[in-house]
Design a binder for this molecule. Structure first.
Ligand code: NAP
Length: 386
């Protein structure tokens, strides 16, 4: 089996790449890498392996320099002789930003970039499987407070909280325009946060939101909302198992499901005691987020409910040199709060039936392994591109 993977320098792709190299059935792995030249490309790959001290097998893993924005990407892949015997394409590259200011970039990457890979894949005679890394959140914001099945998406009528999930939904639809049905495999992870082992996760994504919530302590979130979170190592292992499995379906949630989903209350309880000198957690109605923003602008009316939480207002005045800065992190946190409030759980029966991956460890159990990492997250830096 020869594999071509995009997004190998990313959070999920990096974990996938390292995992794939450990399988003897896989002969060669070609990685689409944005790089100035070959030396730079190798350096970027080296970083992926060095991150957790894994062995970088230069006889197995090769960079293919390219950018999803390149106009000639499809033709350069078509004309690349070393890619003639690729049997599996894993498309993990994406722009995952929730921020409106990146909407155009998100669309260009997740739709335009995907089309370029599909144009190549369509004429690749040796192709057996096109594995698209989607996202379970393509179900949109109209569904809430229940378990969601794979077959409910993609739904063109769904409304989306952010452009990112819309583009990922559109991406799934595109697969069927370019490829025969028997070559399509879709893995839809739920929310990926941290690493369940005692290892530094490859990315602070989502953990940033937790670090921010932990800093604030007064949190405008329903503490009992269900949140479907998996670790990146579980995600990668499940995807690799799916690749080798005798599959009965085309689309799989890679998720915690009803058994292993968690709640904001459980996750915050598990980390609360590790951060001394911070007030206890208090959960308040989501509507108070606006009051928090107004308070940070020094514009909150005197009779507002938020003033009944004086302990936290004083604490924020102490920790933020300029309380106006609070607005930066609240703006970044907004979409995360919206997602949490939807209380989505993604059914994982198909994954559990067709692979031996087993249930994931609940995030409230494994997150303690990331405490050291969590405390070092720069919440202001992360807020720039949530
Ligand atoms: N993280 C989650 O919670 C989550 C949840 C569900 C599904 N997913 C899906 O999992 C996949 C991977 O996400 P992730 O969290 O690993 O994202 P990530 O850490 O941001 O990694 C994105 C990867 O895509 C590459 N990429 C972006 N734009 C590119 C371009 N123009 N040309 C070539 N490569 C480009 C990046 O390369 P550079 O290093 O060069 O920037 C990087 O390798 C995505 O498809 C996402 O939708 C993620």
């Amino acid at each position: 089996m020869n594999i071509f993977i995009t997004g190998a320098t990313g959070f999920v792709g990096g974990e996938l790449l390292v995992n794939l190299t450990k399988h003897k059935e896989i002969n060669k792995i070609y990685c689409l890498i944005r790089a100035k030249n070959e030396a730079d490309a190798y350096q970027r790959l080296e970083h992926v392996f060095n991150f957790h001290n894994d062995y970088f097998d230069r006889n197995k893993v090769f960079p293919v320099i390219g950018n999803l924005f390149d106009d000639n990407l499809s033709s350069s892949l078509i004309n690349n002789p070393i890619l003639k015997d690729v049997s599996v394409i894993i498309h993990s590259a994406a722009n995952t930003s929730f921020s409106k200011i990146y909407d155009n970039m998100v669309e260009k990457t997740n739709i335009g970039g995907l089309i370029k890979i599909l144009i190549w894949a369509k004429q690749l005679a040796s192709l057996e499987t096109f594995l698209y890394i989607g996202t379970a959140t393509i179900c949109g914001k109209d569904i809430s407070n229940r378990t969601i099945l794979e077959q409910e998406s993609p739904n063109l009528a769904a409304n989306h909280l952010v452009k990112y999930t819309y583009t990922k939904m559109h991406g799934e639809l595109l697969l069927h325009q370019y490829l025969p049905e028997d070559k399509i495999l879709v893995a839809r992870p739920s929310i990926i946060m941290g690493d369940s082992k005692n290892k530094h996760p490859r990315s602070p994504v989502i953990l940033w939101a937790l670090a921010t919530i932990d800093l604030l302590r007064l949190v405008p979130i329903n503490p009992e909302s269900k949140i479907d979170i998996i670790s990146v190592d579980y995600c990668a292992e499940a995807i690799v198992k799916l690749l080798f499995a005798k599959r009965n379906h085309q689309v799989y949630h890679i998720s915690a499901g009803e058994n292993s989903c968690t709640t904001p209350f459980k996750v915050t309880k598990s980390i609360e005691k590790h951060f001394k000198n911070r007030p206890n957690y208090e959960f308040i109605d989501k509507q108070l987020l606006n009051q928090m923003k107004l308070w940070a602008k020094n514009n909150l009316k005197h009779d507002s409910e938020l003033y009944s939480y004086q302990k936290y207002l004083k604490y924020w005045e102490e920790i933020f040199v300029n309380v106006g800065n609070l607005r930066i992190i609240l703006a970044g946190l907004g979409p995360y709060i919206d997602f949490i409030e939807l209380s989505h759980v993604f059914d994982n029966t198909k994954l559990l039936e067709d692979t031996d991956i087993g249930k994931s460890i609940p995030a409230d159990k494994y997150i303690v392994n990331s405490i050291n990492y969590l405390e070092r997250i720069d919440v202001f830096e992360g807020a720039k591109d949530p």
